[in-house]
Design a protein around this ligand. Structure first.
Ligand code: FAD
Length: 823
């Protein structure tokens, strides 16, 4: 019995030391004291006592005597590590090193500092940005007719293009000193959100010059002469930029592009000039067909060593006027019925002077690093903004439609099946808005978070797909029949575009998020790699043993928090969210453990085990998304009426985290290790559940009513007041239909009580007014609601050749049939 108690006490000590990441000296003193006590009270037998003391002595030497440890233990491990460390190409290394680490670093520690997260300032618009959104952006949205652009003109009208250029939409990121708007990331994002809720075509046309492309590259890497010439012209829309990276045989693996630029000297403008003879063949280039300057990525070779160094200089970016001799540009692709400009371009042996290289000769060969660094920021803005626009739009339109549309004499939004879809729309939209806002806030603090930008891009575009799928299902045939009154169809068609560009989603999930996250955000992995590169045993020793202690600590923490549900962990003192923070601390530790064990056991081939890497990436991503949701809730002042969105989003995310962790363990190649992991991570089994039906009902209820929480959720979208605009009509219909419900109740009661004998609905209401069951004003109110309802459920039809269609307008009074206007 004494022995058993001593062993339990020793294990308890080990667990406590590991849990608190105790120092080497603390480990030695506490374990030594425990062994002495056990020996003195005779708890160990004559075999176990020497064994335990020998083990303790080796352990004490390893952790306390650096020089001995390094030569006896670390050195052979270091040798092996250097042998198995996968060789990295320059482009891979540059991609990995691009950007900064922000909150993702904390999530990797197993001990996220929640107070630190909450202390980051919330993203805010300046007065100037707000004025731009309320002024020119509102005006632009009112000018846009997406059907006209996508079905009839296959382009934006010239007046819209001119407005976009004149008002500076193409120069939102260009600093003010160059004549641009100099907007913050959040301001830029809000503009894109608003335009995206009106027209995907217009949004993409505005997004691209402000995203990864010539503007961004010039701001960061351009020579002063390039900045002085191009930035004011880009800001005023005098130049339309595009950026060409993708080639037919180099899509996701863009760094393998066959496009080349050979360093040479040629006569240019009457002078012998140092430059490049460039040959390229690019495709899918947005704005390419109308671009006046072509940003071009190619591989630079200097066979005659005219630049005095290597012959293969690497990826290089140049700016080429599209009017330059030999540039072939102008043909169009047709991306899924969207009307933004997109097309191929090519050139053969086109001579360009060296000062057309972005950043000049000094930046030859630096193109990949430049692109990766710009991607680290740009990817956090445009596509997340477009995605949250879809979420806001789907929440507004689907909530309203589900209230207005009746089947079985009931608004469809009240059926439980529809509630499920509405709950997903509302919950995902809240999570997306939180992620987009918090990430934009980080960019405005000067961060360029490469891993978080990949997470935002992937998870927001995927959630855009989910919410639009649900929105389509709730709308039924209304979403399917195309025409100017179909406000969903084009957004639905455009989903795969956002999924594919700026890092196609399958690749981003499977390879990038965890692959890059594990190296950049982990507290020790990059240090180990750098130590190997520098061949420094001392640095490796520090990093390696720190890593081991970190893993052991995460194992102890994961187990304890798995058993206790993390109940006593520190968390911000907010009663309604405290448990969520605690659970996330548990997930962070368990994630740290799973990540480390995967890296230790699977090593470099984890890169090829994409299914495991993807699940690890999912956990990191969901931890980030959930952190953003909690911060968003705090930053907005803990608005209690938004709790249903937050709760749904967090329960859904936590359940997904559990599924991902379970998936890793179930598919882990070493079954013994898998068994241990299951026990450490899920000591009480899979206890987390999906959002309950009640939670879903609360979210759905917020969306089908004109609640303040719904208004805040959809805030930032373009919401026209005009009732002859389908969206204005839809919102008005929801309000009118709800206002008419008590009137309908009065008439129903009178019919049931036998006071009203008329059979048709219109006749019943007329009789109700005659009998003063309802007032004349109420009758008019009801008629208006009916007219709006009828207009909203109406879909377009066309003549047989699809040459003309009808557009419905609301009749104010007598009839509630839509007025048919031939177009
Ligand atoms: C409308 C549109 C606009 C665009 N605009 C531009 C632009 O302005 N400039 C520009 O340079 N490019 C642009 N692109 C190109 C875009 O960036 C590429 O389409 C994208 O990089 C994917 O390349 P791909 O289409 O050749 O697909 P592929 O590379 O052939 O990929 C096909 C599939 O394989 C997956 N995949 C690839 N490798 C892996 C892997 N290792 N593990 C798991 N899955 C993998 C991908 O995720 C994808 O699902 C645009 C594309 C489109 C469609």
């Amino acid at each position: 019995m004494t022995t058993l108690l001593t062993v339990v006490a020793l294990l308890g000590l080990i667990w406590a030391l590991a849990f608190h990441s105790a120092s080497a000296i603390a480990w030695t003193i506490v374990l030594g004291a425990g062994l002495i006590t056990g020996t003195l009270i005779g708890a160990f037998g004559w075999i176990s006592a020497p064994l335990l003391w020998t083990a303790f002595a080796i352990f004490a030497v390893i952790i306390n005597m650096g020089a001995l440890r390094r030569s006896l233990i670390t050195a052979p491990i270091f040798k092996l590590y250097k042998k198995i460390l996968p060789q990295m190409s320059d482009t891979e290394r540059e991609a990995l090193e691009a950007g900064t680490v922000w909150w993702d670093g904390d999530l990797f520690t197993g001990r996220p500092d929640w107070d630190k997260l909450l202390s980051y300032p919330a993203a805010k618009l300046t007065a100037e940005e707000q004025a731009f959104i309320d002024g020119p952006t509102e005006e632009l949205c009112a000018m846009l007719d997406d059907w006209q652009a996508t079905h009839e003109d296959y382009d934006l009208p010239p007046s819209v293009w001119q407005f976009i250029k004149d008002k500076g939409f193409l120069g939102m990121i260009v600093p003010k000193e160059y004549g641009g708007l100099g907007f913050s990331a959040y301001g830029h994002s809000q503009v894109v959100v608003k335009i995206s809720t009106r027209s995907g075509t217009a949004a993409v046309s505005v997004m691209v010059p402000n995203s990864l492309g010539p503007g961004e590259l010039l701001i960061h890497y351009g020579t002063q002469a390039q900045k002085d010439y191009y930035l004011p012209r880009l800001a005023k829309g005098l130049e339309i930029p595009c950026f060409a990276l993708t080639a037919p045989d180099a899509g996701s693996d863009a760094a393998s592009m066959p496009d080349v630029g050979i360093v040479c000297k040629e006569m240019y403008e009457g002078k012998e000039t140092l430059g490049l003879r460039v040959t390229w063949d690019k495709r899918y280039i947005t704005l390419g067909p109308v671009a006046t300057i072509l940003g071009l990525a190619f591989k630079c070779h200097d066979p005659d060593r005219l630049l005095g160094g290597e012959t293969d200089l690497g990826i290089t970016c140049a700016l080429i006027p599209t009017s330059h001799k030999g540039v072939n540009i102008g043909r169009r692709h047709f991306p899924l019925n969207a009307a933004f400009m997109n097309g191929p371009n090519w050139g053969k042996d086109v001579f360009i002077p060296m000062d057309w290289v972005i950043g000049g000769q000094a930046m030859v060969g630096q193109g990949w690093r430049m692109l990766m660094e710009c991607l680290a920021a740009g990817r956090s803005i445009s596509l997340p903004a477009q995605s949250i626009a879809a979420g806001k739009f789907a929440s507004m339109a689907t909530g309203a439609y589900a209230r207005v549309r009746q089947q079985f004499k009931t608004p469809i939004g009240k059926f439980e099946g529809i509630e499920e879809a509405l709950a997903r729309i509302g919950g995902h939209t809240y999570l997306m808005d939180a992620t987009r806002t918090v990430t934009a806030g980080a960019l405005d603090l000067g961060e360029k978070p490469s891993v978080l930008s990949a997470i935002s891009k992937y998870h927001l575009t995927e959630r855009m797909r989910m919410v639009l799928n649900d929105a389509m299902d709730v709308h039924g045939g209304k979403g399917i029949c195309m025409g100017p009154n179909n406000y969903l169809g084009r957004a639905y068609q455009m989903i795969p575009i956002a999924i594919t560009v700026e890092g196609a989603n399958i690749l981003t999930r499977s390879l990038i998020i965890f692959g890059q996250g594990a190296i950049r955000c982990h507290p020790f992995v990059l240090k180990e790699m750098k130590a190997a590169q520098a061949d420094s045993l001392a640095d490796f020793d520090n990093a390696f043993w720190g890593h081991i202690a970190f893993t052991v600590s995460n194992a102890a923490r994961a187990l304890w928090m798995g058993i206790t549900g993390a109940r006593w962990m520190d968390a911000p003192a907010c009663p309604e969210t405290k448990r969520y923070y605690q659970q996330m601390t548990r997930f962070s530790s368990a994630f740290g453990l799973l990540a480390d064990v995967s890296m230790f056991i699977i090593g470099g081939s984890l890169k090829r085990k994409e299914k495991l890497s993807a699940r690890l990436g999912d956990i990191l991503s969901l931890l980030y998304l959930s952190s953003c949701a909690l911060k968003f809730y705090e930053d907005r002042g803990r608005l209690k009426d938004e709790l249903p969105f937050l709760r749904w989003a967090l329960h859904d995310s936590f359940f997904r985290i559990q599924v991902a962790m379970d998936g890793i363990i179930d598919n882990f190649p070493n079954r013994w290790v898998a068994f241990a992991l299951k026990w450490l991570v899920f000591p009480r089994g899979l206890t987390l559940e999906q959002p309950t039906d009640r939670m879903g009902h609360e979210v759905a209820d917020l969306l089908i009513n004109p609640t303040a929480a719904r208004a805040r959720l959809i805030h930032g979208m373009y919401l026209p007041k005009d009732e002859n605009d389908i969206i204005g009509q839809l919102e008005a219909a929801m309000h009118a239909v709800i206002a008419a419900e008590p009137i309908e109740a009065k008439v129903r009661a009178a019919v049931k009580g036998g006071r009203i004998a008329a059979r048709g609905q219109a006749e019943q209401f007329a009789q109700a007014a005659e009998l003063s069951v309802i007032s004349e004003t109420e009758l008019a109110q009801w008629k208006r609601a009916q007219a709006l309802r009828s207009a909203v459920v109406h879909v377009d039809d066309f003549d047989q050749q699809f040459k003309s269609h009808i557009r419905n307008e609301v009749q104010e009074t007598e009839s509630w049939q839509p007025k048919v206007v031939s177009m």
